[in-house]
Design a protein around this ligand. Structure first.
Ligand code: MN
Length: 260
């Protein structure tokens, strides 16, 4: 049905991505995934009729109404893609690092089905990074060979507008607090595959994986903080109260990425 194309593009023996299963209808969550594939882009997904309607947004969403972001509609994704963060192995469709950049709920401003059919979808987002009213507008591209999949993602004027919004300032996962570099170089990403296999046998649940993943990220941060504190002591820099209070995350950002 709606996930045929998703299924056709992937080999589920090779990729840690979730299988093409239709979810419960009636839920309205959204997720934005930062995806470093052949080219960096953001995948914008709205839960509708048990699947995630999906658009690839090369420059990512913006809270500045002046930004009209090109959004290429892609195949529907299964709702279990909602919390997929990790690495799609080389040789697979979409190979590269995936971060859960934002999650939340969405509310159509009108009939979702009618607006989708018309190619003029107005909605509100209540996420951790994205909030307020937006529109997705289907456009007719003048480009020769256009597949007709071009839409524009535009922020409406409201209390959540941020002029000059710079998406690069927000390179942190809402699930694990990790940067793209940390996800790419993290053993935790590879472990996603094995955890998922365990889940498939019914001995663990997805939430267990999530808790496990967050615990691992926290442990890593703590290790980095200890290491950094040790370095500070060794170089005999005066340790002020302020430097001790620097959060692990800030320290981590400046440390060298670990080789995979
Ligand atoms: Mn993608």
């Amino acid at each position: 049905m709606a996930l045929e194309e998703y299924k056709r593009k992937r080999d589920f023996k090779q990729t840690p991505e979730p299988p093409p299963k239709i979810g419960k209808p009636g839920q309205r969550r959204f997720v934005v995934q930062k995806h470093r594939a052949t080219r960096l882009h953001y995948d914008f997904r709205l839960e509708m009729d048990g699947v995630l309607k999906s658009w690839a947004v090369p420059k990512g969403p913006s809270l500045d109404p002046a930004d009209k972001r090109l959004a290429m509609q892609v195949e529907d994704h299964p709702v279990s893609y909602f919390d997929f963060e990790g690495t799609i192995p080389e040789g697979n469709y979409g190979a590269g690092t995936v971060m859960v950049w934002d999650v939340g709920t969405w509310e159509p401003e009108g009939s979702a089905h009618e607006m989708m059919a018309k190619g003029d979808l107005k909605f509100r987002l209540d996420g951790q990074k994205l909030k307020g009213s937006f529109a997705l507008i289907h456009i007719k591209s003048r480009k020769p060979g256009s597949k007709g999949t071009e839409w524009l993602l535009i922020k409406h004027r409201d209390a959540y507008v941020q002029s000059g919004y710079d998406i690069d300032k927000y390179d942190k996962s809402v699930l694990t607090g990790r940067t793209m570099t940390e996800i790419a170089g993290d053993a935790g990403s590879a472990e996603w595959t094995s955890s998922k296999k365990v889940a498939g046998r019914g001995t663990s649940s997805k939430n267990d994986w999530l808790a496990d993943s967050i615990a691992k990220a926290d442990a890593k941060k703590a290790r980095a903080a200890r290491k950094s504190a040790a370095v500070k002591t060794a170089t005999a820099k005066p340790v002020t109260k302020k430097s001790v209070a620097v959060p692990a995350r800030a320290i981590k950002k400046n440390s060298k990425p670990r080789k995979a």
